[in-house]
Design a protein around this ligand. Structure first.
Ligand SMILES: Nc1nc2c(ncn2[C@@H]2O[C@H](COP(=O)(O)OP(=O)(O)OP(=O)(O)O)[C@@H](O)[C@H]2O)c(=O)[nH]1
Ligand SMILES: [Mg+2]
Length: 454
């Protein structure tokens, strides 16, 4: 067994309970020093008095659970100490464990050990990270599916089939003097084409998967006073941003998150765009321009109750190359014909803008629908398993290309040796998803994206 690691498994801060996790050879021994009178049976919660052995100072009363390896999360002896969630108490317990020979866990080290001891594969370990980081129910649901092995399960038949083809080609290489018969070549090409399509289908779910996981960055821009902050507040359902009738109210950028149909949206309210001599405001304007360039979608807001200004035209011009939606706000102020005024003026520059009122809520449902609509996957079935990790997506595409390339080589009657290189590459790429063929370097890189205590 490996050395013993310790970490706080719950967030730092005051809470009802705080859980400290130990894993490794001495996990049980170290805990026994802290709770001398307690007896720990595997998988039983034991109420224990944690006492500093030298001073006999009682630190806390805690519930301790012992998991004997290999039947534990990491496959090693694991102890979970549920203390009262006082940062002072938690610090003392961790300090004691460190003094008694444990060391602080690295980010993701518990999961890494679980992987090393065959308790889960890489895709499953990554799913734990994704589940913890999930920003919407949909993303969490996908992570749980991956955690339960759905991805590995879907990959397995593909790997098996690929291996089958490899075996045929390998044995042809060893035993057959002449080339493979035509019928067999045709059948192998057919099987490879089908495999490549299956891999491609999995990869194509990435668009929907990434959307659920990473969501969209949406920036609200427009000249001062058109009602950007009012819309920001309405969409979030809180009075987060300051709203006044003074142009130039918002100077700094505000970021908040909310979800539309399970898609996490990171919404950015920006300083109104205009030429200004005010130093603070001009920094804000500069930041607004950057936020625009950075966003997946820009909402350009115009005031429906006023004439189109030169500033409005400039802004519309500057978003031309960006994905954007034009929003006409303050439609509640329009009396008489709804198509009057500004709407006609902008018809040729901005097409059919969305008409809303941040004040009364008119048009907000249509707006939220329009925000996600261009990003929503058209074909992928979003009830199936979705690939959500860029690393997995990249490996799937590489595997697909290798398989397609190999099929092409076979049809050109290239020697089996060369064809096999591509197929072995494809197998390796698929293996890297679940971690069978992952190098130490890659593991270090992947696990550095985990937080400590996982
Ligand atoms: N009648 C009406 N008034 C609105 C509406 N939306 C915003 N307002 C008013 O317009 C004024 C400006 O609103 P803000 O939300 O602060 O505008 P802004 O675009 O964030 O302005 P800056 O931060 O200065 O760039 C406030 O007095 C709001 O109450 C709306 O839909 N209808
Ligand atoms: Mg504002």
């Amino acid at each position: 067994m490996a050395d013993t690691i310790v970490a706080l498994a719950t967030p730092l801060g005051r809470s009802g309970i705080g859980v400290i996790r130990l894993s490794g050879t001495d996990a049980l021994e170290i805990t026994k020093k802290l709770a001398a009178s307690a007896v720990f049976d595997p998988r039983r919660a034991t109420l224990a008095q944690l006492t500093e052995p030298e001073t006999q100072d009682v630190i806390d009363e805690a519930v301790v659970t012992f998991f004997r390896g290999p039947n534990s999360f990491t496959g090693e002896n694991v102890i979970e100490i549920s203390c009262h969630g006082s940062p002072v108490v938690l610090r003392r317990v961790i300090d004691f464990c460190l003094a008694a020979g444990a060391r602080m866990a690295d980010p993701g080290e518990f999961s890494l050990r679980a992987l090393a001891n065959g308790r889960m594969n890489l895709a499953e370990a990554e799913a734990i990270r994704d589940l913890i980081d999930a920003q919407s129910t949909g993303a969490a649901r996908q992570a749980v599916r991956q955690l339960r092995g759905e991805f590995s399960h879907e990959l397995q038949p593909i790997k098996d089939e690929l291996l089958d083809v490899v075996v045929i080609l390998e044995s042809a290489l060893e035993f057959v003097e002449d080339d493979l018969p035509e019928t067999q070549t045709a059948s192998i090409i057919g099987r490879l084409a089908k495999l490549a399509d299956s891999v491609d289908r999995m990869a194509s779910t990435f668009k929907a998967g990434r959307l659920l996981r990473e969501g969209l960055k949406v920036a609200l821009v427009g000249r001062p006073n058109v009602g950007k902050s009012s819309l920001f507040n309405s969409l979030l359902g809180t009075d987060r941003a300051i709203v006044t009738d003074i142009p130039g109210t918002t100077r700094d950028q505000l970021h908040e998150r909310f979800t539309i149909n399970d898609i996490p949206i990171s919404l950015i309210d920006t300083a109104g765009l205009r030429e200004t001599a005010d130093t603070v405001e001009s920094i804000g304007v500069e930041r607004s321009r950057r936020a625009m360039a950075d966003a997946d979608l820009v909402l350009v807001m115009l005031d429906a109750s006023e004439r189109l200004t030169a500033e409005d035209r400039d802004i519309l011009e500057s978003v031309k190359e960006l994905r954007h939606l034009v929003v006409l706000n303050k439609v509640d102020k329009l009396k008489g014909s709804p198509d009057s005024g500004i709407q006609e003026e902008i018809a040729d520059i901005a097409g059919h803008p969305l008409r809303i009122s941040a004040k009364t809520g008119t048009g907000l449902d249509e707006l939220t629908h329009a925000i996600v609509e261009p990003f929503a996957p058209s074909d992928a079935d979003t009830t199936g398993f979705l690939v959500s990790d860029a690393r997995h997506h990249d490996l799937l595409l590489r595997a697909r290309d290798e398989i397609r390339g190999s099929a092409d080589l076979i049809s050109q009657r290239t020697s089996e040796e060369i064809v096999l290189v591509g197929l072995h590459n494809a197998l390796r790429y698929l293996g890297e998803i679940t971690g069978e063929t992952t190098t130490e370097d890659m593991l270090t890189r992947i696990f550095s994206t985990f937080c400590i205590g996982k």
